[in-house]
Design a binder for this molecule. Structure first.
Ligand SMILES: Cc1cc2nc3c(=O)[nH]c(=O)nc-3n(C[C@H](O)[C@H](O)[C@H](O)COP(=O)(O)OP(=O)(O)OC[C@H]3O[C@@H](n4cnc5c(N)ncnc54)[C@H](O)[C@@H]3O)c2cc1C
Length: 385
């Protein structure tokens, strides 16, 4: 069993308080994703907006309970993510800051690119996006068609379409994955400014995790200076698919922790809003609590593995699949405690059910995670225990 050290227990305690505060705006954000703009002083949002900026670029980072947290390890991220998502998973995804892009910047950017990216993050609250998914190529990212081509004048241009991109329509900087040649080594990530000519993003209607403001992006010959190609100082084998795999491995335990936070929010909602439970209901509620604790342990183990060996994401896949299923089952079970009209009479639970469904698709669906887990098992990289 994994126990948190004093530093991470301190993080958990603070993040739990922040999460409680977020419940007050959760339904507002669900109705109107722009609510985040009036929550920029919320401590959780402030923390998320500088998470994944290394201390070197932020030496005067405020301490939390006497400790410094920059979010550079998966273990740290899962602790914060569970607590903030237990308050509002929508806000977790709506906050400005490096977010998903931060992990790729850490992996691939050179010094000049890091100075530029982190400088923008520190100047003012700045939303970012990370665009991999395409309208017809979600799970099968290898079939991506967005093209990155030379513009004939020493620069490049991007052409294609991306879909379901978190914060796409409110971001000012983002990372786009595109193909610069055929084959598995042909994927490249570039930094893009959303004010560039030919860049168009608009929100798409969604049901769950509405705070994330998923967007459709059109790239119509968007100019990309050669200096904005990430990993330009690395070999092609280390920038395309390799970087994507490493990035998703590092992020996946955090997505699992968001699902865990949603499950916990529903479980706690039953205890706080339902009043007394019958004996059988209490036994069921307690059994669910033990299940939540078990999945938390799995997520912590997966985070520890990814921090030790970033190329090894099989346990993280198992954790994400388990946690997403847990969130769906626990939120639906919670509705059952409030009778047949619960989706109408308990708007917060209704939101949690919708958010849980959204996590199933984020960062790879359950089926894709199960395929990855299975590969880990057959390759002997995953312990059956
Ligand atoms: C809240 C949220 C945030 C997101 N944020 C981002 C983001 O910031 N950037 C980004 O690039 N993308 C983002 N996405 C997109 C996400 O990565 C995709 O939704 C996901 O990869 C699935 O792709 P798809 O929706 O096209 O579904 P599809 O790939 O079409 O899958 C549909 C169904 O088919 C199943 N399926 C597909 N392939 C297989 C297979 N080989 N074997 C078995 N079953 C299979 C899937 O499990 C699923 O049930 C986000 C999605 C959500 C919901």
């Amino acid at each position: 069993m994994i126990e948190l050290d004093d530093r991470l227990r301190t993080a958990r305690g603070h993040a739990r308080d922040w999460g409680r505060d977020l419940r007050a705006t959760a339904l507002d954000l669900d109705r109107d994703p722009d609510t985040v703009r009036r929550c920029l002083d919320n401590p959780a949002v402030r923390h998320l907006s500088t998470m994944l900026i290394p201390d070197e670029w932020m030496p005067d980072r405020p301490l939390i309970g006497g400790y410094r947290f920059d979010g550079m390890t998966a273990m740290e991220r899962v602790v914060f993510a569970e607590e903030i998502a237990a308050g509002d998973a929508g806000m977790m995804l709506a906050a400005p800051g490096p977010s998903l892009s931060g992990v790729l910047i850490d992996l691939l950017a050179d010094r000049e690119q890091k100075d530029w990216f982190y400088g923008r993050m520190l100047a003012e609250p700045t939303w970012t996006f990370f665009a991999l998914t395409e309208p017809d190529h979600g799970s099968d990212a290898g079939a991506m068609q967005t093209a990155l081509e030379p513009d004939g004048e020493g620069g490049l241009r991007l052409r294609g379409a991306k879909r379901y991109i978190g914060n796409g329509a409110r971001a000012s900087i983002g990372i786009v994955f595109a193909r610069d040649r055929p084959g598995p080594l042909g994927a490249t990530a570039v930094l893009v400014e959303t004010g560039s000519a030919g860049f168009k993003a608009e929100p798409i209607p969604t049901v769950g995790l509405r705070g994330a403001q998923l967007s459709a992006i059109l790239l119509d010959d968007v100019p990309v200076p050669a200096g904005r190609v990430l990993g330009r100082h690395l070999s092609p084998t280390r920038r395309g698919v390799w970087s994507g795999v490493q990035m998703f491995n590092r992020l996946r335990p955090g997505v699992a922790a968001i699902a865990l936070g949603i499950a916990r929010a529903a479980h706690e909602y039953v205890a706080s809003q339902r009043g007394s439970l019958s004996k059988s209901e209490r036994l069921r509620w307690e059994r669910t609590g033990r299940r939540i604790d078990g999945v938390r342990q799995l997520i912590w183990r997966a985070a520890a593995v990814v921090d030790a060996r970033p190329a090894d994401g099989h346990l993280a896949s198992a954790a994400k699949a388990r946690a997403a299923r847990l969130a769906e089952e626990v939120t639906l079970e919670a509705l059952g405690y409030f009778g047949p009209g619960a989706r109408l009479t308990q708007p917060m639970l209704d939101k949690l059910v919708r958010d849980a469904r959204g996590v199933e698709f984020m960062e790879g669906t359950g089926n894709i995670q199960r395929l990855n887990t299975f590969q880990g098992l057959v390759q002997g990289k995953l312990d059956r225990g």
